[in-house]
Design a protein around this ligand. Structure first.
Ligand code: TRP
Ligand code: ZN
Length: 879
């Protein structure tokens, strides 16, 4: 915690210097105790250059002993402060032994060593290792770890760390010990330790070179029946990485531990992943399709880090996207291959556009590779992860799958065992393919979402179609001027049947291919196709080939045509979204003037066509009939009134439901869930479509539909359908919701992950009165401020998924959130800072709301006891 006199200082990328000492090996010894764990760290240090002091990071540590080559270090030889220990004149080469005492039971920040449900676990990324012992806590210091854990045998029968188990034995006083050795040098952020009484699920995987790897999943006793999906996902991910990237696993054992208290999704510690239990535990009764999907992707993500992150790691934390962007890209490709590529792409882009675009347009906007930060934990962002993945995807698009693979092979071979930069990655891609990617680095350096505008010009005389393209990136904090970026605009030309035509650009002798990447590298550029018949419609930015905001000159009729005919599934759905967006924006403008726009015939016809389109599978129909999210629509409105927007959005949905109720009901009936429950793409698509139809039908306020919804709730044999019914009842404000919520609570109150859903559904209910509900739920016996999942399910959902209640004109939503954040900040700064996101978006709202939101941000800052995490976000938001 800081007071107002000590304003936290930023760290700059330009100040990077290599470490003054390398660590040749590290021996850790833990004597575990809930409130007084003793840690001994013995490291072999070697100066890398001329004599320099050695500064080790350390926080909240009680120093018990400090020895150089076995001798106590004299008091005048070192200094200790809140953040570090400095040896003034260390030898060039020596062994340092540091003994510290820490209190895991008091660790509410969940960084370093802490306890969760009576077990010990660690979280060291990004800078948690410094809460365990004094050490050069930076990713470019890599060493070989040997870890011995001593603990009470009855309470902690399972003792785990990275690598292979090399020794174990009994000790006096009912204790035992285990020693682990990790042969792969690693930075300390990949260190992990787990101790507890856990159930173990065993399996194995045979790698492509025929080695057998032992797979182990550790969960709390009683959860063994919820591990099958995670284990199956792990095996699929291992096989996929061999086939797709040629990457084989490199230890004899791979362990995953599920814990209930975790700040993020999961952590890729070498050979010992630690997971938020929500990304491990699932069975049909307790987990939704979205949960199953999330587990498959997070399990894969952490596994893929073994190469993209662990074998090749980051030089410094500015390079975070080196591992995260690449690994997200890898997990997206994996999920696409395991399920439906089109649905995967649509969902990934929706996430990017609704959340990352907002981040890029707000006060926390930063490049994929930031050039400064105050608290690195604040930079595990959608920009670093999702936009970072889009950069990798653009390289994949530009080079093609085969050449991309050549590039990744070179990257892994060239940098194995190293800590490197984003340039190193791009350079490997360039070198492997003899392709100049110099200007591509602008994508890493510049914040903000580029706007691309395409205008068409057709010359009937010489049958030429010219696409005039322009790019422009608006200024972001600290970056008033922007350079043009290379933007791949994947393009096809469609005839009146939707057939993609062979393409011939001006100057080419023959037509070839039906899809081209037009590389927009200048502020303005034109591309002319020849031999183009009149009426040909271009399909632009296919499969969302670049993370930009695209403005086109399509008529409503052309959008309708693309919606029915584009052979790119992403663009097909996108055309419908564009049409719906137009209607929503028009109706919003009318509503502001007190007018009612009425039903839009074109949108209604499109909706009908999508519902029954035989060429779309069920998941794609569900996507096609959903309107763009309110938060996405809000991006296009200056000073939005969120309640009015909700009213307009709801109005259009209700009208569509009214007009198409017969078809919606027919599809609902046809998609019934009888038959065995499955989690394959087809079954998930069927449930998605059915529940989407239910959502529309529930807007009719018709007793028969309510009966059907109640029946679905009571008869469902799986959480997806049960929860969808409960959500539909709650979110339409139906009185029957009360009894259902009550029933659900009593059925599931002992299952934390399910109870999170109960909190979240109530918190996201789109009524102003939800504010009172949430304020009351904070006092509920099952609300635990120390559990991040519970906090996110109630407070996070309220702030980020409930514009109607959160943005109440009386400002109560803002005050409530700010007060909660101040309380949580004293316990868990990392999670507290994340909850600030909705308040940082104040510039998007009308003046009266702006003032109230800023007032709350000022109140937080004025308290004078913010963590670095909260301080950074609040102060940047007020700039
Ligand atoms: N490296 C993790 C991932 O993306 C992210 C992570 C897990 C993390 N726990 C964290 C980041 C705690 C910061 C702090 O897979
Ligand atoms: Zn990651």
């Amino acid at each position: 915690m800081m007071n107002t006199e000590t304003v936290p200082q930023p760290i700059y990328l330009r100040d990077y210097t290599p470490p003054p000492f390398s660590v040749e090996s590290l021996k850790l010894h833990f004597a575990l105790d809930e409130s007084a764990t003793e840690v001994s760290a013995r490291m072999q240090l070697q100066a890398t250059g001329t004599a320099q002091p050695l500064r080790l990071n350390g926080q909240k540590l009680e120093l018990l002993a400090l020895r150089i080559d076995g001798n106590e270090v004299g008091e005048d030889e070192y200094t200790v402060d809140e953040e570090s220990l400095t040896l003034h004149r260390p030898p060039e080469r020596f062994e340092l032994e540091v003994v510290t005492r820490i209190d895991p039971s008091a660790n509410t920040a969940l960084e370093g060593l802490y306890t969760s449900s009576g077990n010990f676990c660690t979280q060291c990324e990004a800078e948690g290792f410094r809460k365990i012992t004094y050490y050069p806590d930076r990713p470019d210091v890599m060493t070989i770890f040997t870890t011995t854990i001593v603990a009470d045998k009855a309470k902690y029968p399972v003792l785990l760390s990275n690598g292979n188990q090399v020794e174990q034995g009994e000790l006096d006083g009912g204790k035992h010990f285990v020693t682990w050795h990790d042969p792969h040098p690693k930075p300390c952020y990949l260190f992990a330790l787990v101790a507890g009484d856990l159930a173990c699920i065993d399996d194995s995987f045979t790698t492509m070179s025929g080695r057998e790897v032992k797979l182990q999943l550790f969960v709390q006793h009683g959860n063994e029946d919820k591990t099958a999906h995670a284990m199956a996902s792990l095996k699929k991910a291992m096989a996929w990485d061999e086939q797709t990237f040629g990457r084989e696993y490199d230890l004899d054992i791979y362990m995953i531990v599920a814990v209930d208290d975790f700040n993020m999704g999961a952590m890729e510690n070498k050979g010992l992943n630690i997971f938020n239990s929500r990304f491990v535990l699932a069975k049909q009764e307790t987990a939704t399709d979205t949960d199953f999907y999330g587990i498959e992707s997070v399990i894969a993500h952490e596994y893929f880090h073994n190469w993209s992150g662990n074998r090749v790691t980051c030089r410094d934390w500015f390079q975070l996207s080196l591992k995260e962007g690449f690994t997200v890209f890898r997990d997206q490709q994996f999920s696409a291959d395991m399920n439906s590529p089109a649905v995967q792409r649509i969902d990934d882009v929706t996430m990017l556009r609704t959340h990352q675009f907002a981040e890029d347009a707000g006060p926390m906007a930063h490049p994929v590779r930031p050039d400064s930060y105050v608290e690195i934990n604040n930079f595990y962002t959608l920009t670093v992860y999702e936009k970072g993945a889009e950069l990798i995807r653009m390289l994949h698009t530009l080079l093609g799958a085969k050449c991309f693979r050549k590039g990744s092979d070179l990257y892994f071979e060239r940098h194995d065992g190293q800590a490197v930069t984003c340039e190193d990655f791009v350079q490997a891609m360039a070198d492997a393919n003899d392709y100049d990617l110099t200007s591509f680095l602008n994508w890493y350096r510049q914040a903000g979402t580029p706007h691309v505008e395409v205008r068409r010009e057709y010359h009937a005389g010489n049958r030429a179609l010219t696409l005039h393209m322009r790019q422009h990136t608006p200024p972001t904090p600290g970056q008033p001027e922007k350079q043009p970026m290379p933007i791949p605009v994947k393009t096809a030309l469609l005839d009146e049947h939707g057939t993609a035509l062979p393409l011939r650009l001006e100057g080419e002798s023959d037509a070839s291919g039906t899809e081209r990447i037009l590389l927009l590298g200048q502020p303005e550029q034109s591309f002319t196709f020849t031999d183009v018949s009149p009426g040909t419609v271009p399909s632009l930015l296919r499969n969302f080939s670049a993370p930009v905001k695209l403005k086109t000159d399509y008529s409503d009729e052309e959008l309708a045509f693309l919606m029915g005919h584009d052979n790119d599934p992403f663009n097909r759905r996108e055309a419908g979204q564009q049409l719906a967006l137009r209607v929503l924006l028009n109706q919003y403008a009318s509503a502001q003037k007190g007018e009612n726009g009425g039903v839009h015939a074109g949108l209604s016809a499109a909706f009908a066509r999508n519902l029954t389109d035989p060429s779309l599978d069920q998941a794609l129909i569900a996507e096609a009939i959903s309107l763009p999210a309110e938060s996405y629509v809000a991006e296009f409105i200056d000073k939005v009134d969120p309640q009015l927007l909700h009213k307009v959005h709801l109005g259009i949905r209700s009208e569509l439901a009214q007009e198409h109720r017969a078809v919606l009901q027919k599809i609902y009936d046809k998609c019934d869930s009888s038959g065995p429950y499955r989690v394959d793409a087809a079954s998930m698509g069927r449930r998605r479509l059915r529940n989407q139809c239910l959502n529309y039908l529930m807007l009719l306020d018709d007793d028969a539909v309510v009966e059907q919804c109640l029946a679905q709730y009571h008869e469902a044999d799986n959480m997806t359908d049960g929860l969808a019914a409960m959500s539909a009842l709650t979110h339409t404000g139906h009185e029957a919701a009360t009894a259902v919520l009550e029933d659900f609570y009593h059925r599931w109150k002992d299952d934390n992950l399910v109870l999170d859903k109960w909190f979240a559904i109530q918190a996201s209910s789109p009524f102003e009165a939800t504010y009172e509900t949430v304020a009351a739920l904070v006092e509920h016996a099952d609300f635990h401020i120390r559990n991040p999942n519970r906090v996110r399910s109630l407070i996070g959902a309220f702030g980020m998924r409930n514009p109607v209640a959160f943005h109440r004109v009386d400002g109560k939503g803002y005050t409530f959130l700010a007060s909660f954040i101040m309380e949580l900040d004293q316990l868990n700064p990392q999670v507290a800072a994340r909850l600030l996101t909705p308040l940082t978006q104040w510039h998007r709202y009308d003046l009266s709301r702006q003032e109230k939101m800023r007032g709350e941000l000022e109140r937080i800052l004025g308290s004078g006891k913010c963590s670095k995490d909260v301080y950074e976000v609040v102060s940047k938001s007020l700039d």
